[in-house]
Every structure is written in C-alpha cells, then in structure tokens.
Write a protein that binds this ligand. Structure first.
Ligand code: SAH
Ligand code: SF4
Length: 400
C-alpha cells in the first residue's frame, strides 16, 4: 500500500486512523485475525514517526496473510496539506483539506522541553462566541476520529523527520509532540463520538502514549458532555469562561443561555473528582471595556469560591488570561497590557493562580481565536451573528 489522498482511495477501504485500539481489534477480528494483532498494527501506525512506515507490506512483524488482507481492504489516509506557515517564533501552522471546500487548521507550538499541538475538532464551530474568528465563520461539519488523529499523526511524523535530534525509531521518548490541546477550530464536546476514540488513541500506551495530564480538552461548557468525559476519559480540562456573570456571558458565549454559570461550575466540581490534576484551567479572553474591569475580577473571585472550597486540596481552578487576538470585523479591542496585569494581580492576590498567555504565532494568524480555516458555513451563523451583534454592543452594557 502507498499513502493516498482521500480522492485516490477506493471508497470501500477502511481508514485505520479512525480506530482506537479496541476498534482496531474488532476490525482484525472481522478480517478473521486474532484481536492481539491489533497491538502490532496500532504501533506501526502511530509510533514509528515516519509516514513511510505505514505501508502494510513493510510491517515486517505482521503475518504475511494479514498484510495481504490489509492491502486489499484498509488504508492509512493522511489529510492533504494545503499550506504550511512557519512563524518567526517557531510556531508552525498547517491548513489541511478535509474535502467539500472545507479546510481546517492545526498549530504546533514549540517551547523549551515540550511541544504542544493545537488540534481542530470541527470544520468551523456552531457556538457563535462573539470574540472568536472560528465562531464568526460558521459551522460546516464534525471531523471524524481519523481526521482529528490525522493532524497528530502528520505533525509527529513531519516534525520527527525535520528535527535533527530525532531519528525514526519507535522510542516514545523521541516524541516531538509532548502535549495535545483541543483548542483549534471547533467545540470538541459537540463532537463527542469522534473525540472519545481520538483521545483514546492519544493516551493509549501503544498509540501516542500521552498521559491524561498532557491532553487538554477545551470547552465553552457543554455540561452533559463534561460529565460523560469525566466517566469515559478524564483528560485535563480547560473551560472557556470569559465573563464573571450570566448577563455578560450570555452575550459573549451564547451557550451560556442553555447552561448557566451555576450549571457550568457545578459540572466543573463534578469533573474535578475525576480530573488528572487538582484544578481546571479557566480561560478568560480580556476584551477592552467589556469584561476587563477590576469589578469583573472581584466577581470572578466570588464566583470561584465554591469551586475552590469544595475541590481536592482546595485548589480547584487556575486562570489563563488570553489577550484578545483581533480579527477583521470583530468590533472588539484587546485590553491594554496594564489592564491585563492589574486584572491578573487582583486574582493572584486572592490566591487564584493566574497567568497571562503568551501570544504565539501571531505573525501567521496562528494565535488563539485566529484559526478560521476555510469553511463552507451550513448554518448561516455568519448572518445570525451580524444581526445579533450589530446595533447594541457590549461596551455600554458590560458593567453588570
Ligand atoms: N471551542 C473550544 C475550543 C476552541 S477555542 C473553546 O471555546 O474552549 C480555544 C480558545 O481560544 C478558547 O479559550 C477561546 O475562548 C479562545 N479564543 C477564541 N477566540 C479568541 C480570540 N479572538 N482571541 C483570543 N482567544 C480566543
Ligand atoms: Fe467555538 Fe470555542 Fe470559538 Fe466559541 S471560542 S466559537 S466554542 S471555537
């Protein structure tokens, strides 16, 4: 088998990137093979760090009969790369074609001693958050497990091949991607059925072997799915908060109309009982004159009281302040560095560990909230947002 673009793949071939280990074992069984064969196959696919190693005929420790069957019915389909941009700070952004005029973005952020891959979960997003470029673009469709994993599979292979210090072995300590964050395009918990097997591939010892602490799902707060994630695969959780009260959050994150802050924070407390760390990270995008006043910081401290007192070790939360990354027609401005520092100081003084996120990849539009890919909006989110937010906007109403 050679690696093929989706166009050239026979439709009946099964893309093995869609399977977690259990799914692959089922598939092997379906082919008349023993389930344990899946382990070897899984390791070939996900641990070699070399896309070339995914040719079935080269999988030397697999039985010849299995290799022949796989060649006939299976494939490992990468996503075609539309473009690649490298920032002056080393951040890399890839645009992948997911068919039907949709493209999604993936960002690699190198740091000292670690490499974080920011992965997309949907083509677009239907949540319509006021300050988010993805939200403004609208929603096309969910990504499959294979499309979520293909981003990691490609990035790991590419980075290993292009990094001098990394060879082509299957030694896990060689991994270039040490952390994965589901913070690209889309609301991961709205695509739960595809997300869950993808998380299992990431955290499986025979897959990418990432600890649950090193895989973070970021959500705008889909409460029932937070509860399911806690049961099924409790990885690290980031919650996009952005406002300290319901009136303001209703406007910034429309999902708040369905799941209020009270519901959301109760879900956070339930999650904490299963979380791999003793805290949840709350993301808060600072918007000039909207949610960045001292009074908002004080309201946040009040709001977090329950989470902190009822959590293990009394920690419960950490705050990540995100400088707003403007995009065309957002109608919003970032808070000044002084305001940002003052906001952080108030939270820190109250004992809430707060950091200001460094903007990475800004020169290639790879920073938080700038990922827009290329989406065929099927939901008319764009029109709805324009209508909703046009005449009255938040600057007048933010102090509530
Ligand atoms: N849908 C999920 C994950 C993707 S968004 C979520 O909302 O959590 C990833 C992060 O980028 C979220 O914290 C989001 O609030 C933040 N973000 C969105 N737009 C932004 C912008 N314009 N500037 C800075 N951060 C932004
Ligand atoms: Fe969707 Fe997250 Fe953007 Fe909101 S912030 S529109 S949930 S991607």
């Amino acid at each position: 088998m050679t690696l093929m673009s989706p166009d050239s793949v026979t439709p009946t071939r099964v893309n093995l990137l869609n399977f977690d280990l259990d799914g692959l074992a089922d598939f092997c069984e379906h082919l008349g093979e023993k389930r344990f064969r899946a382990v070897q196959l899984f390791r070939w696919i996900h641990q070699r760090g070399d896309p070339g190693a995914c040719q079935f005929d080269q999988m030397s420790d697999l039985a010849k009969s299995l290799r022949v069957k796989l060649q006939a019915v299976a494939t490992v389909s990468p996503l075609p790369v539309v473009s690649q941009h490298i920032s002056t700070d080393g951040t890399i952004k890839w645009l992948f074609d997911v068919g039907d005029a949709n493209a999604i973005e993936t960002v690699f952020i190198p740091e000292l001693g670690r490499g974080t891959l920011c992965v997309s979960s949907q083509a677009g997003c239907a949540m319509g958050c006021r300050f988010c470029a993805t939200g403004h673009q609208g929603f096309s469709r969910n990504l499959s497990t294979g499309e979520i994993i293909a981003q990691l599979w490609f990035a790991e292979g590419f980075l290993r091949q292009h990094s001098q210090s990394h060879g082509h072995s299957d030694d896990r300590s060689d991994r270039v991607v040490t952390n994965v964050v589901l913070m690209g395009m889309g609301e991961p918990l709205q695509n739960y059925d595809a997300l869950l097997p993808a998380l299992r591939v990431m955290t499986c010892d025979h897959g990418y072997g990432l600890s649950r602490r090193r895989v973070t799902v970021s959500t705008s707060g889909i409460v029932p799915m937070m509860d399911r994630l806690a049961q099924d695969c409790p990885v690290a959780l980031a919650v996009s908060l952005h406002a300290p009260n319901d009136v303001l959050r209703d406007q910034l994150v429309p999902l708040n109309l369905k799941y209020s802050l009270h519901d959301l924070l109760s879900a956070c407390l339930r999650y904490l009982a299963h979380a791999p760390r003793d805290f949840i990270t709350f993301a808060y995008c600072l918007l000039d004159g909207v949610n960045d006043g001292d009074e908002h910081a004080r309201q946040l401290i009040q709001l977090m009281q329950t989470v902190r007192t009822h959590s293990r070790a009394g920690v419960g939360c950490k705050f990540n302040l995100i400088p707003f990354n403007p995009f065309p027609d957002s109608g919003l401005r970032p808070s000044s560095p002084e305001r940002t520092q003052s906001f952080a100081r108030i939270l820190n003084a109250a004992g809430i560990t707060t950091t200001v996120r460094k903007t990475r990849g800004g020169d290639i539009d790879a920073a938080c909230g700038q990922l827009a890919g290329d989406i065929r909006d099927r939901t008319r989110v764009q029109q709805r947002m324009e209508r909703l937010h046009r005449p009255r906007f938040l600057h007048q109403e933010s102090a509530t």
